[in-house]
Design a protein around this ligand. Structure first.
Ligand SMILES: *Cc1c(COP(=O)(O)O)cnc(C)c1O
Length: 372
């Protein structure tokens, strides 16, 4: 039984990482003893392990997910494949970081509506936004579900564009065992922010690609533009994946497949057992292309629904309450009319889905949602 007065937390990071208490302590102890605190053997090992997990040739650790995306874009610019001011097609309902990376690289974000069914970039809308200066299609695999990458790659091939994806929420999402987020397009960014499916105990991120030139340049730009000690070829930044975090991530990577499977199991229960005409459930075709970073439902009267969740003690978050083009920081897009994006932002609510949920809690969530 779930105690009525005890809230089911949206996410309990302490409990999630509690599973690793002993092994993390020994990680730290080895790290301390190593005397090498940046770019050590754990980072190398993690980069190898994560590349192999994704089926990609290269993985480069970065300071966070935002930097991973920015470094990919800057890398392609240094390689001469993208020029300053070129356009990048991006989903209008993505997390703001995706759009910021385009701005920081000196490129122009072109916001395109998502497909209401999947929340991902609507492939039918892409071609009409392609101009002479479009160079990149940048889909986010939002909430953990792969974007329609096959169709996007086809458009890109026809129009000679790059495809770069933001997989910050989709570690391990796959079409099959050979085709995973991380090897589905030209380059992919990941975030290991603590709440992600593969989360560190601080900030961390990575780039994966099969392109050696891009991998080398991303590595250099993230390390002061230095391909070799004391030689600086690019105006680089300091964005490295921390050695200690790499050690933690190596341990957690071992459980990622199981964790994703567990999330899908909860999703399957929600999708078959939540039956309430006031609640619109997310679309999922039941395959492994979704790792349910978030389980996002839609309700017409969100504030009333959230009050109800507060009353019955179910944690929730909203991803996201304000669309990027309505943010003050992105005032340049404020005149855009993006009705689907705007409607989604008014209606979405994320309910708990993570590896610490126990059956009585899942039962409780389902029954309370059915009673709403
Ligand atoms: C978390 C996230 C990012 C940013 O990652 P950070 O590590 O916080 O920089 C980018 N895009 C999406 C879709 C995210 O969810």
């Amino acid at each position: 039984m779930v105690n009525q007065h005890q809230t089911i937390p949206f996410l309990d990071l302490h409990k999630i990482n509690g599973r690793y208490q002993e092994v993390f302590k020994s990680c730290f102890s080895n790290f301390l003893d190593s005397g090498r605190y940046i770019n050590g053997s754990s980072l190398q090992e993690f980069e190898r392990a994560f590349a192999s997990f994704c089926g990609a040739d290269y993985c480069i650790g970065t300071g966070n997910g935002l930097d991973a995306l920015t470094l990919i874009l800057r890398g392609y610019m240094e390689l001469g494949e993208i020029n300053p001011g070129d356009e990048v097609i991006v989903a209008a309902n993505t997390f703001i970081a995706t759009i910021l990376s385009i701005k920081y690289a000196g490129l122009k974000p072109v916001l395109v509506e998502p497909d209401e069914k999947t929340f991902n970039l609507d492939v039918q809308q892409i071609e009409k936004h392609i101009t002479d200066t479009t160079k990149v299609i940048l889909p986010t695999h939002l909430y953990g579900q792969l974007a329609q990458i096959k169709e996007i790659n086809e458009i890109a091939k026809k129009k000679n564009l790059l495809v770069i994806s933001d997989a910050a929420q989709a570690h391990g999402a796959k079409i099959n065992n050979d085709h995973l987020a991380g090897n589905l397009c030209d380059a992919t960014s990941f975030s290991f922010y603590p709440t992600k499916n593969l989360g560190a105990l601080g900030d961390a991120g990575a780039v994966t690609t099969n392109n050696k030139k891009l991998a080398d340049i991303v590595k250099s730009i993230g390390n002061y533009g230095s391909p070799k000690k004391y030689r600086n070829d690019y105006l680089g930044v300091n964005s490295r994946l921390d050695e200690l975090q790499a050690g933690f991530l190596l341990e957690k990577l071992k459980d990622l497949e199981d964790d994703n499977r567990f999330r899908r199991k909860i999703a399957k229960r929600y999708l078959s057992e939540i039956k309430n005409t006031k609640i619109r459930l997310p679309f999922w075709d039941g395959l492994e292309n979704h790792v349910f970073h978030l389980f996002v439902i839609r309700v017409a009267n969100r504030s009333e629904f959230c009050e109800y969740l507060d009353e019955v003690g179910i944690g929730y978050l909203i991803h996201y309450p304000i669309p990027p083009h309505h943010q003050k920081a992105l005032i340049e897009f404020s005149d855009l009319s993006l009705p689907i994006t705007e409607k989604i932002h008014k209606e979405v609510v994320s309910i708990p889905i993570n590896i610490t949920l126990e059956n009585p809690q899942i039962d409780y969530i389902i029954s309370k949602l059915n009673q709403y």
